[in-house]
Write a new protein. Structure first.
Length: 208
């Protein structure tokens, strides 16, 4: 759980760690976080991928991680290229506490299509206002998309106690344009290299 401090976006970043030989563990990362004053609740995991999503100096922290764990592949996602902010869209005060849902996928390996994807998101609020309306209806407090090369990181902040499965159907309720948008986006996205066959977005979980 975290504060829904949606106006703190500029200081939030994602650091991804990928262990290619499966010798790294969540406890290793939590120990690192403790030594470097990083909140343990900012750590998420999917198989041999971990992310830190927090207000950190990403250059400094990724450098320390690389020095301490040189075997790891480390990717940094500093500034989201897309930012849906429910408070801005609806002028309603955001929730005090949120759960962050973090997912990752790749853009297809085609520069022309990648540029189209970025342009769709750049103009979405203007040309596809139904999308932000759907996010608002689903009580998404914030939705950020980061990019590093072909890889995307998606962060959806929802009210504490709610689930994405419970809220997501509300994005398309009496709002068919969201289905149209999702169909268009599908041609630009594919799973990361180690995602299960047929899976596009894989979801990180809070470690137990």
């Amino acid at each position: 759980m975290t504060s829904c401090g949606i106006n703190e976006t500029k200081t939030l970043s994602i650091i991804e760690l990928v262990d290619t030989d499966y010798r790294f563990s969540t406890s290793d990362l939590l120990n690192f976080c403790q030594k470097n004053d990083i909140n343990a609740s900012s750590v998420y995991q999917w198989q041999n991928h971990w992310v830190i999503y927090d207000k950190v100096n990403s250059v400094k922290i990724s450098g320390k991680l690389g020095k301490e764990y040189p075997r790891l592949k480390i990717n940094v996602y500093n500034t989201p290229f897309y930012n849906f902010n429910r408070e801005v869209q609806t002028h309603e005060k955001s929730e005090m506490q949120c759960t962050n849902i973090i997912m990752t996928a790749n853009l297809v390996n085609d520069t022309t299509l990648q540029n189209q994807y970025m342009e769709y998101h750049r103009t979405q609020f203007e040309k596809w206002p139904e999308i932000s309306k759907g996010f608002s209806n689903a009580q998404f407090q914030q939705l950020l998309v980061f990019r590093n090369g072909r890889q995307l990181m998606l962060v959806i902040s929802i009210p504490k106690g709610k689930t994405l499965d419970g809220l997501n159907p509300k994005t398309t309720e009496n709002n068919p344009r969201v289905n149209d948008w999702n169909k268009i986006m599908a041609k630009y996205q594919e799973g990361i290299e180690d995602a299960p066959k047929g899976t596009v977005w894989v979801m990180f979980s809070e470690p137990r």
